[in-house]
Design a binder for this molecule. Sequence first.
Ligand code: NAP
Length: 487
Amino acid sequence: MDLDLNPTFVHATVVPILYLVSAVVFIFGIKGLTRVRTARRGNLLAAFAMLLAVAATLLDMGLVDYRWILIGLVVGGAVGAFAAVKVEMTEMPEMVALFNGCGGGASALVAISYLWVEVLEKPHPLNATTASILGTDSSLSTALSILIGAVTLSGSVVAYLKLQGKISGQPILLPGRHVINALLFFGSLGFGLWFATLSTDPTGIAIGALVVAGLALVLGVMLVIPIGGADMPVVISLLNSYSGLAASATGFVLNNNVLIISGALVGASGLILTQIMCVAMNRTLANVLFGGFGMQEQVKGGPASEYGTVRSYSAEEAALILESAESVVFVPGYGLAVAQAQHVVRELADLLEARGAKVSYGIHPVAGRMPGHMNVLLAEADVPYEQLKEMDQINPELKETDVVIIVGANDVVNPAAEKEPGSPIAGMPVLKVWDAATTMVIKRSLSPGFAGIKNELFEYPNNIMIFGDAKEVLQGLVAELKQAAAA
Ligand code: NAP
């Protein structure tokens, strides 16, 4: 069969079909990410869809100078590979924040360079406006792409610096910030509309675009600095959504359907995640964005002197309780990630199951430092997916549970969320571990968690503390149970 591969056929048929297939594979990829079991496959599918989209774009462009593309590929690939190998699991949220920022920044840069080539480098009749050069739709989406992309870039950099502790996690509440933000927003939007539709001078158009980018960069900083560290999960998922919207707007600029679709998918899924995070922390999005919430109190609860009677057990003593437990729930938290104790948790769970105990894991939606942090860690240790239970599912079961082992978690099991209306975490749904017969908290000291507050659970009569690094303590428990089994 003769394949007609003339350029018209490629542009009119092959490229649109490749884009369509790529868009459909993106949708299946995102669908795969909704379940732990299929997440890896979903990720691979989405990467494959991206490969198809890139191949289709290059095919569409025909013969181009590949030198810059190759340089970009090598430099970007090297930075990505280096970051992926070097980054610690505990630094993932920072990496995600930076990736969001790169996505937004890339969209804004593509829109600016498009404007540059179409408006500044090509001759136009005198008094031609951007709208008459690019078309009204394209010029408006260029303005939006620059605006949203720049907000995402600077907002993500601030989120990154907050998570890294390079700037304070405390909300920075400037006086009159709502007025300043409104001025910046309407100012950049106004400039955007002006350069997109009214400006007649190419230099004016370029200056307008740069002013929009500048104002939007300041707006991004202003939007994120008032948000406290504890609300960062919401901000990160919102910025993720913005990066998708920026990409989608760039899709309209370039008239590229697959970019519009994939950007919209990221935008929508980021918004859904934002909503889930808000519900998990019992905040409304408006509270997070405008309320200066997520304030970490100046570290209270740090010194042991704040605590009354706290019972400290050795691994050997704790193992005696575990030997007779018929049901055990593990509650992992940020300390599990720090100690990289996921494999030992699995080993201990296997030993308990071998003794006949029923084992499950209570997963709080904001445990750790990024959405899904605990799921990722436990999946690494091949913990059976069926044993992972979300908060609403596990809470009623805790009353019937013999032992809850809290591994490096603190805020997500703090009763203050329910019992102290003035607490910074008041109203946040938490795992009601105190309903179980015994709780065992594994952590190195009585230091507070992310929210910086005391945890009265440590003083409860049915709680015991096993102080130490999570991995070492769990290894101790594993050794004890193995000895008991051999005896
Ligand atoms: P947490 O409240 O931050 O507590 C973690 C505990 O782990 C600390 O009290 C620490 O106590 C202990 N720890 C640290 N290293 C350890 C080690 N090597 N071995 C044993 N323990 C160790 O953590 P969480 O209960 O998971 O709660 C998450 C918090 O982070 C929430 O406040 C949430 O709002 C916030 N947050 C979540 C996200 C997200 O997307 N999930 C993002 C940003 C912020 P010691 O120092 O005494 O060992």
